[in-house]
Each structure stands twice: as C-alpha cells, then as structure tokens.
Ligand binder design. Sequence first.
Ligand code: UD1
Length: 418
Amino acid sequence: MDRLLVQGGNKLKGIVRISGAKNAVLPIIAAAILGTKKSALLEVPNLDDVQTICKVLECLGVKIDNTIPHTLKIDSSNIIGFEAPYELVTAMRASFLVMGALLARVGRAKISQPGGCAIGSRPIDIHLKGFEALGAKIEQGHGYIEASAPHGLVGTTIYMDFPSVGATENLIMAASMAKGTTIIENCAEEPEIVDLANYVNMMGGKVRGAGTPTIRIDGVKELTGGEHTVIPDRIEAGTFLVAGAIGQGDIVVENVLCEHLKPLIAKLREAGALVEEGIDAVHVVGPKTLKGITVKTLPYPGFPTDMQAQMMVLMCIAKGQSEVTETVFENRFMHVDELVRMGANIRTSGRTAMIDGVKKLYGCQVKATDLRAGAAMVLAGLVADGTTEITDIYHIDRGYENIVQKFRQLGANIERVR
Ligand code: UD1
C-alpha cells in the first residue's frame, strides 16, 4: 500500500493550477446517461472517483473515450442496462447518482445501497422520497434498491427536509424528462448543482433557478448531447489556500471562481492571512502568527463541510482558542485523533471541537481516515516538525489530482512511497 512522506517546514511559494471539480463532474457524468447524442466533457480531473463512475456507466452500455487527457467523450445513445453493481456503488457513494438519470431515460434502476466515506450514516431517504413523489415505485431488499416508472415520471412539487446536494442532483436528473413541471423547494444551492443544471440545459433541458433554494424543471421529451467545461474544484483550491496560510507561504491558486470561495476566504482573513482575489486566481500570504477562529459548517453558501478538516489544521497552530461546529455530517471528526497524535490540543463534545492552539505539531505516523481528513494530514505534515507518514492514502486519490506533484511544485518536501 502506498504512503505519503511529508517533511515539514518548507515555506510554500509559487503558482498552482486547480483541476476541474470532482463533485461537479460526478453528477455530470451520471447526467450523460440522459442524452441520446454524444457529449464531450472538458476539464475532467484525473481521479479514482471519476474512473469509478465511468465504470458504472460502461456497465449500462455507455461508451466512454478518455484518450485525450482531462476530456471524456461519452456516447449514451445505446443504454442496455439498468443495474449499478455492488462493488462500484460501495466503492463510491456518488454512484447512486445514476438512479435519477436511469429512471428518466429507461424507467428503471437497480442500485446497491451506497457506501463512500465513513462520515456518518449518510442515508438516502430524501432521494427516495423525491423519486416516489415523481411517481416511481421503490422496492428495497438484499442490499439493493430498485426503482421503476414504466410509464414515465410525472412532475410535482417536492419539499426537501434538508438541502441534500446528492438528492437535489438526482431529482434534477429524474425530473428533466418527466411529464410536466417539477418544483424542488428547500433544495441545495451548491455551485456544483448549477454546473449540472447548465449541462442538462445545454443538452436541451429546462432547469431554472439552480443556485437558489427553489428549482423549477420543465420536463422535455428528449435530451441530446454537446460540450461542457467542468467548473474548478473549490475544495482543492481551498486546500491549497489553507496550505499557503499556515506555513507563511506565498501562493497563487489559479483556475478558481472566487465567488465559490467566499466563506473560506472570509475565515482565512479573520485568521490573519492576506488574501487577494483576482479574476480567476487567489493570492494568499500566510502571516507569522495566525489567530484562533470559529467555524460552523453549513450548506452552501455557508462554510463547506469538505473544508472543515483542513481548516482545523490551521486552528491547531493558531494563537488562542478556536472552535468548529460540524452541522452537516454527524461523524466528521475522525481527523481529530490523528491531529492529537501530532501534538494538537483538541477536545470534542458532540458536534463541536474546541481547539487550543499549540506552537508546533510533530510529525508521526497518521492515517487518512477519509478523503478530506487525508488532505488535512498532508497540511499538518507540511507545518510539523520532522516527518509525517500518512497511510490509507487511497482516500486522497479519490479526490485530489496529482497532489504530490502540485505540492512539490510549490516547494514542499513530500513524496509517495510504496
Ligand atoms: C455531497 C458531496 C460531499 C459533501 C456533501 C455536503 C458529492 C459527490 N459529494 O455529498 O463531498 O461533503 O455533499 O456538502 O458531491 N442526508 C439525509 N438523507 C438523504 C441525503 C442526505 O439525511 O437522503 C444527510 C446526510 O446524511 C448528511 C447531509 O444530509 O448528513 C448532507 O448530505 P448530502 O448533501 O446529501 O451530501 P452528499 O450529496 O452525499
């Protein structure tokens, strides 16, 4: 099993280019199932999760050509299956996103109960309630969920109990070819949802209001294909911005949409970092001494839960007290024990973590307990005294393209070993 070795202490300097967004490209690839003509997706990050969802589509008869780097040519003209296999769905929860598209395109979907990062129980009740409201029949058993709508879905008004990102995406796809109009209220507003809506609309869909709490979808008879460029990954960008802030770095993060980074930039400034926003780049300069801050994770446009672990590293070495409240997932503090092993002073109580800043973290052996926790271990290693050895890095490979090369290019001492 591969490991990462990080030697702390180097001040990061230079320019790093951010890849396309993992959380945008996964639902967009699923949405390609809807189109009867070919699609070309540009700025596709080279990630294990992308390969997993492509395999799911290939099981359904979709042809995918990935010979051009960062481009996927997808031909869904001939869908021959409706079942997403166990080993792929358990490897990645987002595989469940094919359910909405399959229901719309072929009126049937059989999908294994989803897996993914172990950050809470992560139910799918909101997805299923939405499908049922659209007229699908749901049957569950033997680890599978089967949905069917042999005569097609019918538009309706759906109020979501919580603005779930995945459920909003799944319902946009399902409703895109339903008879009549669907209104989704209290839906998620994440930028990745806007990107999905733009892709569906480019194929001939009628999705309005994405990026607000109410989305209206007028069902169309057929969706086609076309070309779409995926938005930059705001979480990868955020991870590099924190890296610059914590190690007295001086970094320009390129290929970003600053608008998507507002909640993070506000907190970095509060902690004392100098952050300048350009048109498609952000420049961060880390201060000598960081100040303790308070962060509460929330659905967009609140502070993203996917940046919580990385931001906690900053808090570990900031002067004074900091506090994190995780409101999106119920079990997303697994990185705390690893950071404590490195010398951090953190106490947790329910969904809140209280952090007393320490002068130094110390390198030791730690685990990437999930994707973003893995990124946090890299950041902690970059500012720690000595060497940090990170195991279970397959989590990091799911969501960060070329993380080692990108950090090395900024002057970090990091290597991947077998
Ligand atoms: C997506 C992102 C993930 C991010 C999360 C929150 C992708 C591929 N993944 O995950 O990186 O951390 O949004 O920003 O885009 N919930 C229910 N019932 C449901 C669905 C969700 O109770 O049917 C709960 C979940 O358990 C969780 C919360 O809602 O506590 C948020 O989940 P959701 O927004 O659905 O996240 P994902 O789409 O899984």
